[in-house]
Design a protein around this ligand. Structure first.
Ligand code: GAF
Length: 377
């Protein structure tokens, strides 16, 4: 693209991916989650280009760019462009201060790995433009408009966790977020002598978006049945095991399984927060294995590759716990591994995974990291 020839950016934004320690699919059920940003991120460089409405966006990694006219925003056939267009569309609904800009994007955050590269893309763009044009959007507005962009332009009816974690995280903490009130508490996390190791299955099943929306609809079906007996219930967050079993007879078996998972998973988030606060690391591990069991059997958002890696971890006494992290159907498993055992764990895991699926396993250590940062250049 022509603007790259003498591109002198004014502003740099680092927009991180996230892991979720526990609390999967609880966000759109208005429950609790426990995510944090990681040091893998998308880097944006911006400059104003002195036009009223002409924008250029270029991704260095994919060597692809496109032009946008702010007067004429609509969905694209090219999937990644919709993350950008959706955010611009939402910003334009909120302010008339946006003007033409040029922007490059580069990333060391693997896409389709359950680490929220989508939220990093949306939020980093919103954060950068807010800074560049002094739009006056608060952090929570940027989080919410990014979530809405994903609903309207990308089509995933996601909850708020990923965008919130990407923007709001603080180094050395996980966020205990109440997805209904949006109140949050920073929980310090110190797993010493254990480390958080991600194993990337490198599979990203194309069911992910459609099945995600199906799960959300299944939860809504559960709620509508439960509400017949308990009209005060607004979401699965308000339901306990007894209430669910009273409504069980009226539900399809599959809806009962989905609701059971969400109720248990929401409870696990609160137990996990307490376990971290009282340094009960064994319990941290047990909760992860329990969560994966539910993810795989009741919520059915795992896949054979993730199940294989979690089972592999279970056989290693140096691993406290493991589970698939993120929306599901592949991506990464999160493992709590004794520091001195990491090298053997990943070596043996890679060999077993290669033998089972003929895929080269990728792995990395993650540390709870700072959310989005902007820096003038
Ligand atoms: C995806 C969604 F974007 C989140 O909102 C959340 O529901 C997650 O899946 C599952 O916990 O990452």
């Amino acid at each position: 693209m022509q603007f790259l020839e003498n591109f002198k950016p004014e502003l740099l934004v680092e927009s991180p991916g996230r892991i979720n320690l526990i609390g999967e699919h609880t966000d759109y059920n208005m429950g609790f989650v426990l995510p944090t940003a990681i040091a893998k991120k998308i880097i944006f460089k911006f400059r104003k280009n002195d036009t009223a409405t002409s924008c250029n966006v270029y991704t260095l990694g994919y060597d692809q760019g496109f032009q946008i006219d702010l007067k004429n925003i609509s969905k694209s056939e090219v999937e990644w462009q919709n993350y950008i267009l959706g955010v611009l569309n939402e910003i334009l609904k909120r302010t008339d201060k946006l003007r033409g800009f040029d922007c490059t994007i580069e990333s060391n955050l693997p896409t389709g790995s359950g680490l929220s590269s989508s939220a990093a893309l949306e939020c980093g763009l919103a954060f950068g433009l807010n800074e560049l044009f002094d739009l006056g959007l608060s952090k929570i507005e940027m989080v919410q408009l990014s979530q809405t962009a994903e609903h309207t332009y990308v089509g995933t009816q996601c909850g708020i966790m990923d965008q919130y974690a990407s923007v709001m995280s603080e180094e050395g903490h996980v966020i205990l977020l109440d997805c209904r009130s949006l109140e949050s508490e920073m929980i310090p996390i110190d797993l010493h002598p254990y480390k958080i190791i991600l194993l990337n299955t490198k599979v990203s099943h194309n069911l992910a978006t459609s099945e995600y929306n199906v799960r959300k609809a299944e939860c809504e079906e559960g709620i509508s049945i439960i509400q017949k007996k308990y009209p005060e219930v607004r979401s699965l967050r308000d339901v306990d095991v007894d209430m669910l079993s009273i409504s069980k007879a009226e539900m399809r078996e599959i809806i009962f399984k989905r609701c059971s998972f969400i109720i248990a998973e929401n409870e696990r988030v609160l137990q996990m927060a307490k376990a971290l606060q009282s340094n009960k690391l064994q319990q941290v591990g047990e909760l992860l294995y329990e969560a994966h069991e539910g993810i795989s059997k009741d919520y059915e958002v795992s896949c054979k590759e993730s199940d294989f890696l979690v089972d592999f971890s279970k056989n290693n006494p140096q691993v406290l716990g493991a589970r698939q992290t993120g929306g599901g159907f592949g991506g990464c498993t999160l493992n709590i591994v004794a520091e001195e055992a990491v090298a053997d764990f990943v070596k043996e895991g890679a060999a077993a995974y290669k033998k089972a699926f003929d895929i080269d396993l990728e792995w990395f250590e993650v540390l709870p990291s700072q959310g989005t940062l902007a820096r003038w250049l």
